[in-house]
Design a protein around this ligand. Structure first.
Ligand code: PNW
Length: 446
């Protein structure tokens, strides 16, 4: 059962929906610049115009109101607000976000603001980005600007979205902006600066907004899942095994919450020649009010001859349009593992599904599979909510949008976007989600 006052929301991110890449005095970011190179993004798409939310935000908020959405998670485009990343604040950037917040207030939708969802200011990238020892301070300054600007309007801040992706995919495997394949030794240093930035930002926001403000992070979380009932502890172990890479959650949230890196990671860092003053950990350690999870699926695990193994999914396991497996129990074991380790209230800051779909001859989008996916995942979440503290759920995403390297080819929205006319059309799932919200979840059992 979902508790009273459960937060039912939808999520988006700036680069994926805003467009308006060259409006007013907006600065460029690594996605504006990086997506221009051929071959990186599906069919040469870019977020330059995107869903044109920059101009159509009033319509998007109106749709949220119409569908009874209680909370809206969106991100601030750092270089729209601060064209150079630090220093000057753009009047147009200020105006845009304050008007959006005003509109949300009128619609009775609670804003949850992500400070950084991958669109790093290009001006700061040119100075070395997260490798620069000053980079934590740049993020602190930006967080302070956001806190001062939004303090009367926003009660929930999410510091960063998925360090796993913008570090791992952006700087290690090179699939996302800034499309770099850097050695682990460098990315380890960047991750450390990201964590220092989060620690500074958390303290800065509290100093500006006071104690009432709630602060959390959003982690890309693909939990290991038991292949059989006997594999639950193996799954927990594998979830937090912190293999040598940037994909696990605890590599980041052990430092943020406990003030220390996982033991196994220290060995890896030392091999890569990475040293830092112990005093850094006091800066990184933060008081988080909630633990945000972004989960779409997980990986099955079991044990063979004492070792953890990852058997390939059977051919009958359903796959979404991103080829991710449909494993609804990710929303049962996942939050339980996180709760047992961190004892923080959990918020699903993202979950959703991409389907190969289009408007039918009658102009409708009959996305029954999305409704089925939602029912399956939310039933498992409801089961978890009987055992651990779960405060909210944000569907990814409100509208179809720019799915990074996949361009506009992957459609996650409850609302269809016609990329020729930018017209919005609610899908069948939007009406379903509306009922889910109205009944505080009862609808998922029908
Ligand atoms: C998240 N993975 O990205 C992001 O926060 C969103 O911006 C994105 O649109 C959404 O999920 C859907 O993809 C992820 O492969 C991308 O582990 C890839 C993974 C996880 C999250």
């Amino acid at each position: 059962m979902f508790k009273k006052n459960f937060v039912w929301g939808v999520a988006t991110a700036a680069y994926q929906i805003e467009g308006g890449a060259h409006e007013a005095d907006k600065g460029l970011n690594v996605w504006d610049v990086g997506s221009a190179t051929k071959g990186r993004i599906f069919d040469g798409h870019s977020g330059d115009v995107g869903c044109d939310h920059y101009h159509l935000f009033k319509e998007d908020v109106r749709l949220m109101k119409e569908f009874g959405i209680k909370a809206y998670r969106f991100s601030v485009n750092w270089a729209r607000l601060m064209p150079e990343g630090t220093g000057k604040i753009s009047e147009d950037g200020k105006r845009f976000y304050l008007e959006l917040l005003e509109e949300l207030k009128k619609a009775g939708v609670e804003p949850w603001v992500t400070l950084f969802h991958w669109d790093y200011p290009y001006a700061l990238f040119q100075k070395g980005g997260w490798l620069n020892p000053e980079s934590p301070k740049w993020f602190e300054e930006y967080a302070g600007v956001c806190a001062n600007l939004f303090k009367d309007h926003v009660s929930h801040f999410i510091l960063i979205n998925e360090p796993q992706c913008f570090l791992g995919l952006g700087h290690s495997s090179g699939e996302h902006a800034p499309f770099l394949k850097m050695p682990d030794s460098d990315v380890i240093r960047m991750a450390h600066n990201v964590l220092l930035g989060c620690g500074l930002a958390e303290k800065k926001i509290r100093s500006v907004c006071g104690n009432a403000v709630k602060i959390g992070t959003a982690q890309a979380y693909w939990p290991a899942l038991p292949l059989t009932d006997a594999d639950v502890e193996t799954a927990r172990e594998a979830t937090f095994a912190c293999y040598r890479g940037f994909g696990s959650v605890n590599y980041y949230t052990d430092p943020l919450i406990f003030g220390r890196y996982p033991e196994v990671s220290r060995a890896w860092q030392e091999e890569c020649g990475f040293k830092f003053p112990e005093s850094d950990m006091q800066i990184i350690k933060s008081k988080l009010d909630f633990y945000g999870l972004n989960t779409y699926t997980g990986d099955r695990v079991t044990r063979k001859d004492g070792e953890i193994v990852y058997p390939k999914p059977a051919a009958w396991v359903p796959r979404t349009d991103t080829r991710w497996t449909v494993y609804p129990d990710a929303m049962y074991y996942g939050p339980k593992f996180i709760w047992d380790r961190y004892h923080l209230p959990i918020v699903y800051t993202e979950n959703g599904v991409a389907l190969a779909e289009w408007k039918d001859l009658n102009g409708q989008i009959d996305d029954s599979s999305r409704i089925d996916y939602l029912k399956r995942y939310l039933r498992e979440l409801s089961r978890a909510a009987d055992e651990v503290e779960i405060e909210g759920y944000f569907y990814w995403s409100l509208i179809d949008n720019f799915e990074w390297a996949e361009g506009f080819s992957k459609k996650f929205g409850l609302i269809h976007v016609d990329y020729e006319t930018r017209a919005r059309t609610p899908k069948k799932s939007a009406y379903f989600y509306q009922k889910v919200i109205e009944t505080n979840g009862e609808e998922i059992w029908k």
